[in-house]
Design a protein around this ligand. Structure first.
Ligand code: 7TS
Length: 428
């Protein structure tokens, strides 16, 4: 039975916070999902790359430009005061979304990549020295690998990596051995964008802190899909991208524990991040603005605030449950296809809504092209910006489907149909 049909008199409407969500109703909130290709409504499964935007977010951005547009933190006039209040209001929404203690701990960035680079540059340059170690994992996205490689090279520090077991789960026994008094930072993704693995960040944070190291969490694939509580996780840094959680591209956030942030030098220099500037030196603005040089993406931040309202309106726990059910269905349904290899933990409760796969005799890129052309299904194929993980899996590429609030079992069925079509074309 498709999830869309599970809506009964007792079932909640999308805005209510208990029970199953109704993806067919939610789908109507997303104008782009009205698009048809070859007469078929698009099935959008490239959500780990970026999600679609609900009308509420699009309208919040339009409303800002139509009614409130002005630069922030500088105007004496009412329009600018309103723009500043809307921008800072969005920061409060991010704080509440992550359950951070104070808005001083929330820095707006362009996304996860910039957030992690901020940590590597501002915190890393001040705190990592020759002989120190940074501990990562074998499943990281390039944006949680390359900034640390640059830092380690500059400082003469060493990088270590927590290995994966054959199911694509981090080996914590080895992690415990890799952490030492030389470890300055452990930086790990909460959910893998390829394997879907949910990592035990809280346990890793404890290991890191016990060794006197800090922990940085790449939340690009977790924050959109499950409730995140940075205080419960006890992490020092948490990075997210707005565009993967219904907000526009170009906006994201970085949470930094206040006691850590207070000791960090700035990232970028320029307007807004200063208190006073002299010809030869400057003093810094209060937190968090010390870390936000120049005119920020004001409309983007407001869009992110609207996206958070939208997601919290549905309920993050319900989103997680929906994706767990859908992932279990996808693992079953796709698993029936002869010649398919599914990657990541077999247990759906240990993974987010991401399913990577390969089919014998069909290259992942051909699969992605055929499921689109034949069935209007949008999936990604490639290395997913995780080349070391591809190396570990001994593949050049995978095809990947990733689910969100508007996906349903019928979408998985259409994907399976497309894969069978590809097998037919390639005669495998
Ligand atoms: N970390 C993880 C785990 C990611 O999945 C991504 C993007 C990033 C960081 C970078 O995010 P950005 O918003 O700064 O680009 N992942 C993907 C993906 O899987 N396909 O396209 C982008």
């Amino acid at each position: 039975m498709s999830l869309a049909l599970k809506q009964t008199a007792a079932s909640p409407v999308p805005g209510k916070k208990s029970g199953e969500i109704d993806p067919a109703a939610i789908r109507k909130d997303f104008p782009v999902l009205d698009r048809k290709f070859g007469g078929k409504p698009i099935v959008y499964l490239d959500n780990p790359a970026t999600t679609q935007k609900p009308r509420a977010v699009i309208e919040a951005i339009t409303r800002f430009y139509e009614t409130t547009n002005a630069n922030v933190h500088r105007g004496a006039y009412r329009l600018a005061e309103e723009a500043t209040a809307a921008y800072e209001g969005a920061r409060e929404k991010v704080r509440a979304f992550l359950n951070a203690a104070t808005v001083e701990e929330i820095i707006f960035t362009r996304g996860t990549t910039e957030s992690l680079n901020l940590v590597a540059y501002a915190w890393g340059r001040a705190n990592v020295k020759s002989g120190d170690e940074i501990l990562l994992t074998e499943m990281e996205h390039h944006s949680n690998l390359v900034p640390w490689q640059i830092l380690a090279k500059e400082k003469g520090a060493a990088l270590k990596h927590i290995p994966l077991d054959p199911d694509g789960v981090l080996d914590l026994a080895v992690a415990g051995k890799l952490i030492s008094d030389r470890t300055r930072l452990v930086s790990v993704t909460q959910v893998s964008n390829v394997l879907g693995t949910i990592n035990p960040v809280k346990d890793i944070a404890r290991l890191a802190h016990d060794a006197g190291a800090l922990i940085c969490v790449d939340g690009a694939q977790s924050a959109p899909h499950m409730a995140v509580d940075v205080r419960d996780l006890d992490c020092d840094f948490f990075a997210l991208s707005g565009h993967k959680m219904c907000a526009p591209t170009g906006i994201g956030a970085l949470y930094v524990r206040k006691s850590v942030l207070e000791k960090m030098p700035p990232f970028h220099g320029g307007g807004d991040m200063i208190r006073q500037v002299f010809l030869d030196h400057a003093t810094w603005n209060d937190l968090p603005w010390k870390f936000e040089a120049g005119t920020p993406d004001i409309a983007g931040a407001i869009g992110l605030g609207a996206a958070i309202d939208y997601l919290r309106g549905i309920g993050l726990d319900r989103i997680r449950e929906h994706e767990k059910t859908l992932t279990a269905y996808a693992l079953r349904k796709l698993g029936e296809i002869p010649g398919i290899t599914l990657y990541g933990p077999p247990d759906p409760s240990r993974r987010g809504g991401v399913v990577s796969f390969n089919v014998d005799g069909v290259h992942a890129h051909d699969l992605a092209t055929i499921v689109d052309r034949e069935c209007a299904v949008a999936i990604r194929a490639g290395h997913h910006c995780a080349q070391p993980l591809m190396e570990r899996l001994k593949v050049a590429a995978t095809a990947r489907a990733g689910f969100y609030v508007y996906n349903m079992e019928a979408d998985v069925d259409r994907l399976a149909e497309g894969i069978l079509k590809a097998k037919e074309i390639f005669k495998t």
